[in-house]
Design a protein around this ligand. Structure first.
Ligand code: FES
Length: 165
């Protein structure tokens, strides 16, 4: 299932929509509002567009650097529109010791996208995740939130085929 169901927004920056969402949010309690506001924007638009930084900074009387710093610090915030499919590969120690680095290289090559990025056509993103609680059967990944264990070269090919469909 697509990650964008019900959330898909036009690929163009919706600056008016962003400002409306900020104004609506600011009508409630603004103390410690930055993180809740960022979550609200990501919930509404699927990501926190870089164009949202200046109006957020103005609304909360923060510098743009402060807002940008928080967005970049928390891995949960996306600054690009979400891809139709998301492959999250475990990069924690146990999966790494089971060949995770080689699997990452193969996945990146097969999917045509570097770790931590979405492909330009929006079809798939490759993201890191840190332990899925399946350490004994790694290397592991989530493909659109479905766990895939014991990933080897054949499973990499299967994952790549699945996300292209
Ligand atoms: S280290 Fe990968 S699932 Fe735990």
């Amino acid at each position: 299932m697509s990650q964008r169901d019900g959330k898909e927004k036009d690929a163009m920056t919706d600056i008016a929509g962003i400002q409306t969402a900020i104004d609506r949010f600011m009508q409630s309690d603004t103390r410690g509002a930055l993180l809740p506001l960022l979550h609200a924007l990501q919930e509404e638009f699927g990501h926190v567009d870089p164009a949202a930084v200046p109006p957020i900074a103005d609304a909360l009387n923060l510098s743009r650097a402060e807002v940008h710093g928080v967005i970049s610090f928390y891995h949960d915030f996306r600054t690009e529109a979400p891809a139709r499919h998301v492959v999250k590969l475990c990069r924690a120690e146990s999966c790494q010791s089971r060949g995770g680095a080689a699997i990452e290289a193969q996945l990146s090559h097969q999917l045509g996208v570097a770790m931590g990025h979405a492909r330009k056509d929006g079809q798939v993103a490759l993201e890191p995740v840190y332990c899925l609680g399946l350490c004994a059967i790694g290397p592991n990944a989530l493909v659109d939130d479905r766990p895939v264990a014991r990933i080897d070269s054949a499973r990499v090919v299967a994952i790549a085929s699945e996300v292209e469909a």
